[in-house]
Structures are given as C-alpha cells and as structure tokens.
Ligand binder design. Structure first.
Ligand SMILES: [Zn+2]
Length: 331
C-alpha cells in the first residue's frame, strides 16, 4: 500500500517540496484530519516492528459517512487469522460506492467458474462524471491516427485529460495480502484529506481490481479455513491456483487463454490506462517493480522501460528516506 501511494503521489504530485523536512512535509496529513483511533491502535498493535510503518499508513482517517474496512472484516486489513471470502471483498467496494460519490464499481467479466471480477474507479466526483469523455480523449491519444498525427490537437487533449492508474491484486491466489490491503487503500484514497491524497484524487483516476484470480481465491480461503480448523495436520497445497493454471497464470498474456487475462486486458485497453501495477508477494522485505535485470521485450519502447525504472527507483528512494527498511528493486 505504501509503495502504491508513493507511486501515485510522485506521478500526480501534490505540493512542491519545501526546505525543512521536505519529504515529511510532502506526505503530511491534513492538520484537521479526523482519525479513527481504534483502527489506528490496531495497526500499531499488529505491526511487528514500528520501523515497518511510516506516516503514509500510521493512522487511519475517520469518516462520518464512509465505512472503513473494519465494517466488512470485523478487524483491520491485515489482521491475523483472517482471510475474507470474495463476496466480502466485493461487497465492501460496493459499500464504498454507495457511501461516496468518489467511488464507482464496474463489473469486468466472469471467471471460468462464473465468479465476477470488478474494477473500482476512485477519483473526485468531477472526474468520475467526466469518465466517458475522458476515455474518448485517451482513446484518441492512444491511436494518433484518429487525430491525423496532429501534435497541437494531442497537446489540447492531454491538457483536458486525466490519466488512469490501474492496480490489480491476487492474480496469484496464494499471495493473500493484496485484497484487504487494496480495501484499505481504496478507503484512504476516498476519505483522506492530506494534500498529497487530494492531489491524487483530483489528478488521476485510480482503478482497482482487488482479486484477479477469483476462482483461486475461493479455493485458497477453503484451504486456509481447513488449516485453521485442523491446526495439527498438514494442509493440502493448491494444485491449481485457479481453474486451470497455477503460478503461470500471469504469463497468460502471451495467449489470453484464461478469462482473467482477457478481462484484465479488456479493462486495461478499454480504459486506456497509462500504468498497470500488478501486486505480488514474494521474497522478504519490500521488492518494488521488476526493473533493472530484464529481459525486456525488444518491441517495448526504451522510453517506457526508463519510465518504469524511474517509478521503481523513486519508490525505493522515497520509502527508504521515510525510514522503511529493506526496500529494494533491480532483481
Ligand atoms: Zn505472484
């Protein structure tokens, strides 16, 4: 969640850096921000070492009208001994939509076993009202033949448009942190009044698919619940992480043989997103972006590779300067 917030803040920057403690000032909370004291206390209680937290996530904003993830989960995102069903995750995003004009939920298709996938747009009400017109402008920019390769027209469209930052979670159903963490990220983006969050809300459409592998997620929750009910027995591992495929479902973009691939590609291309940030869990500490070692597809523009590396290295630099240990990339 911290790295996503940093990525968003850097791309769609808030206040300019100031002389004293520039980074802390950049990410400062609104001094009048109401805080959810109970949720904030639970975050502190469950964080195994204070250095794993930063000012980005060490408090939860409170809202009179928008329910926090605790309403759906019964505890905070990331609490021990909790793995919610897909329905709980999706219902929470629809509750956000019902509670705030800054949230819209879109159904993006179904899995092999008929489970729904969703994409949740979060931005200022004004941006969400302009969603279709913005999409049409981005479509013209993405295929400049439609504007006769006219640079002046492109500049005009860019000035009128906001970019789309698409975040996806749990394509690997064994990597279980992202759905609940994205619930909390969505809540923070919806209600927090910190200047850098307000800048994100007013300058970008954040689009979130909390669970990509919806079939595999339900299987994983089954196994997890069985394990909790039989703590002394060896729990079975998932043969497939979804209906047909295990780990390599995230290589399926080469074939688009799986429903989840087609649904995500259709969303990414249909919204003309500038970034697709697919969240995983792997080695210890916080690994940010697969940059540096390659190999890169030879047909990807080197400018794009450079921008990708800029985001990754900036996240490492920023989170390290905020005191978070072990953030790395270049693997
Ligand atoms: Zn993974």
């Amino acid at each position: 969640m911290q790295r996503v917030l940093v990525s968003l803040a850097v791309l769609f920057g808030a206040t300019s850096l100031q002389a004293a403690s520039p980074l802390e000032a950049h990410f400062a909370a609104d001094p009048n921000q109401k805080v959810d004291a109970w949720y904030t206390g639970q975050i502190a209680k469950y964080t195994t070492d204070p250095s794993f937290n930063t000012q980005l996530t060490d408090y939860l904003p409170a809202s009179d009208s928008v329910p926090s993830p605790a309403k759906a989960l019964g505890d905070v995102s990331g609490a021990p001994n909790m793995l919610p069903r897909l329905k709980t995750v999706h219902d929470y995003f629809r509750l956000l939509e019902a509670s705030s004009p800054r949230v819209k939920v879109f159904s993006i298709g179904r899995s092999e076993e008929g489970r729904e996938m969703i994409a949740v747009a979060i931005a200022d009400e004004k941006l969400l009202a302009d969603l279709e017109a913005n999409r049409e402008r981005l479509a013209q920019l993405s295929d400049p033949r439609r504007i006769g390769l006219d640079d002046a027209k492109a500049s005009e469209l860019i000035a009128q448009s906001v970019p789309v930052y698409y975040i996806t979670g749990a394509i690997h159903s064994n990597e279980t942190g992202t759905p609940t963490s994205l619930m909390e990220l969505a809540y923070r983006l919806t209600v927090d009044e910190a200047p850098y969050i307000r800048a994100i809300r007013s300058k970008v459409i954040t689009l979130i698919t909390p669970v990509v592998e919806t079939d595999g997620w339900e299987r994983k929750v089954d196994v997890y619940n069985w394990h909790r009910a039989h703590p002394d027995q060896q729990f079975p591992h998932l043969l497939y992480w979804g209906h047909y495929v295990a780990h390599d479902n995230n290589r399926d973009a080469m074939l688009a043989s799986l429903a989840l691939t087609r649904n995500v590609i259709d969303t990414y291309t249909g919204w003309h997103a500038q970034v697709l940030h697919d969240l995983h869990e792997s080695v210890p500490f916080l690994y940010d972006n697969t940059v540096g070692a390659g190999p890169y597809n030879a047909w990807v523009d080197p400018l794009l590779v450079n921008e990708w590396q800029q985001i990754g290295w900036n996240n490492v630099d920023t989170l390290t300067r905020l005191g978070l240990p072990g953030v790395f990339t270049h693997g």
